[in-house]
Design a protein around this ligand. Structure first.
Ligand SMILES: [Zn+2]
Length: 173
């Protein structure tokens, strides 16, 4: 009765455990080693350890190539500084499975992570919060004349009008 297998690869962020996401034995659940350090409160920690012991949850390392792919994507979107190492490894693990043709769903409440997943077209769900509805990107823009600059432009001053250049958040969808 209960042995209908869900072939989705669920990738769980720390927020999944803290938010009380129910890890089911009928699905494949993965996380990365660093998450165990982020799950600190006692109740979440007990659930975390139990699911590993029961073989409901597996700890995996993302491949080097998936990390490289991720770094390229987040540097293009200007998001590099927003992510911790565990965030990056979690995203890279999702890319890793996704590239192998697996059906992937990332469980996270982190908007920055969700944003990258949206760019990648990798499905996700949140535990506590509503998912984001917009995808955004950062663009270097002159405060004065509004000229847009590419990320490689290193000067902080606009070459046209001499005003300061700032990073503007732009919506993609
Ligand atoms: Zn300007």
């Amino acid at each position: 009765m209960d042995d209908i297998k869900d072939d989705t690869y669920y990738i769980l962020d720390a927020s999944a455990f803290i938010g009380g996401f129910e890890v089911k034995n009928s699905s494949l659940n993965f996380t990365i080693s660093e998450i165990s350090e982020e799950v600190k409160d006692l109740k979440s920690k007990i659930i975390f350890d139990q699911t590993i012991e029961d073989n409901y949850l597996f700890i995996e390392e993302p491949s080097k190539s998936s990390l490289d792919e991720l770094n390229k994507i987040i540097s293009n979107s200007g998001d590099t500084l927003r992510f911790s190492t565990p965030d990056k490894k979690l995203l890279a693990l999702a890319i890793c499975f996704f590239n192998k043709g697996k059906s992937v769903k990332v469980v996270t409440d982190d908007y920055s992570i969700q944003n990258v997943l949206k760019i990648l077209n990798i499905p996700y769900r949140s535990v506590l919060t509503e998912g984001i509805k917009e995808v955004y990107n950062w663009k270097k823009t002159c405060q004065g004349c509004r000229k847009a600059y590419s990320d490689i432009y290193e000067d902080e001053i606009c070459e046209i009008c001499g005003s300061k250049i700032f990073k503007k958040r732009i919506k993609l969808k």
